[in-house]
Design a protein around this ligand. Structure first.
Ligand code: PEP
Ligand code: MN
Length: 355
């Protein structure tokens, strides 16, 4: 694996890719790019081929925008990035010297499409493959293996500048977020692939411009490596994702307000607090093991008396009673319910194994 971008791009913290959701006209692209470049943004994004949920929506202006991106590069020196969803997009984008390709969330969810993109990339000489960066957005559904699988397909195609974009996961019904972040999934991706550059996309997570600052700060607090943020010269006229786009000036304000936490300060007091946590985790595991011992004894009893393992009434009473017990303990209700459901599931599994 190579560094995702060259040193001079990575030096500036945080790493930011910015630009409109979609390329709409040469004037919109050039104006937005000039303003972003003047603010010090080094990588410009714009969707050319847009995956729309329903037919008849704005499906992007297509290949003609590649010339506009070429002009952005020539005039501002920024790297340019666009979304590719099939082999033709890859060919056209690379023929126009696009530097960064990203695979959209709907495409990552489809292994056939990802493989087609990987096979196309594999046809280029290694030197060309070394020069392009590919960013893989998480699939729309919260499936970490599918996300990792897409990354692996590109690794096998000899792509060495690889990164991941966390853009949240789709959910049914009204939510605060357009795509709830489910932070534990990108965190687990980073644990499984520690070398991977993981970039957060607060625009598609939040879906509303007011949420972008807060989500960006959360991402930095959680040690994400960078941000990709939608920015349009006049967001209210945008042909796609208008509610979530910021003007370059607004983006500048958001970026200026971010606190960068890139230090690792391990003082004695942090060490001591961590030791206390380690000890408590040990006690927790010990308690859980003791609980399972009792549970297995209950399993034995149920078996001897011809009782079924799952007793739904007892289960609902138990959850209700424990949630009440937890009141006032500064524990989230949902957390208590989830952890008890998991413990119960493990109990049932162990009781079923009782011979
Ligand atoms: C986009 O980046 O504009 C886009 C279509 O994103 P996603 O694939 O995350 O929905
Ligand atoms: Mn968008």
């Amino acid at each position: 694996m190579m560094k995702l971008f060259d040193q001079e791009i990575l030096e500036k913290k945080p790493l930011v890719l910015a630009g409109p959701c979609s390329a709409e006209s040469e004037a919109q692209i050039m104006q937005t790019a000039r303003e972003l470049s003047a603010m010090g943004i080094k990588i410009f994004r714009a969707g050319i081929w847009k995956p729309r949920t329903k037919p008849g929506g704005f499906e992007g202006v297509g290949s003609q925008a590649l010339e506009w991106l070429r002009k952005v590069k020539a005039e501002t020196g920024m790297l340019v990035a666009t979304e590719v969803a099939n082999a033709r997009h890859v060919r056209e984008a690379l023929a126009s010297d696009v530097d960064v390709l990203w695979i959209g969330a709907r495409t990552t969810a489809n292994p056939f499409a990802v493989q087609e993109i990987a096979d196309e990339l594999a046809k280029y000489p290694q030197e060309k493959r070394d020069s392009i960066a590919v960013l893989v957005k998480n699939p729309v559904n919260p499936d970490l293996e599918l996300w990792i699988g897409a990354i692996e397909r590109l690794q096998r195609a000899g792509i060495l500048r690889l990164g991941a974009i966390h853009r949240g996961f789709s959910a049914y019904g009204p939510h605060i977020f357009r795509n709830p972040p489910e932070w534990r999934i990108p965190i687990e991706l980073k644990r499984r692939m520690p070398e991977m550059t993981v970039i957060c996309d607060p625009s598609h997570i939040g879906g509303k411009r007011e949420l972008i600052g807060r989500l960006s700060q959360q991402a930095l607090n959680m040690n994400f490596d960078g941000l990709i943020i939608e920015s349009h010269c006049s967001p209210d006229c945008a042909l796609s994702d208008k509610d979530q786009q910021l003007t370059p000036v607004e983006l500048g304000k958001v970026l200026g307000s971010l606190e960068i936490r890139d230090k690792v300060v391990t003082t004695e007091s942090l060490g001591e607090l961590r030791q206390r946590l380690d000890a408590i985790d040990g006690e927790l595991l010990d308690l859980l093991a003791r609980r399972m011992d009792v549970s297995r004894e209950i399993g034995q009893y149920k078996k001897e008396h011809g009782m079924s393992v799952v007793q739904p009434e007892r289960y609902s009473d138990l959850i209700k009673n424990r949630v009440e017990m937890a009141e006032g303990l500064k524990l989230g209700k949902k957390f208590v319910q989830t952890i008890l459901a998991d413990i119960h599931e493990e109990s049932v599994r162990q009781q079923l194994e009782e011979k």
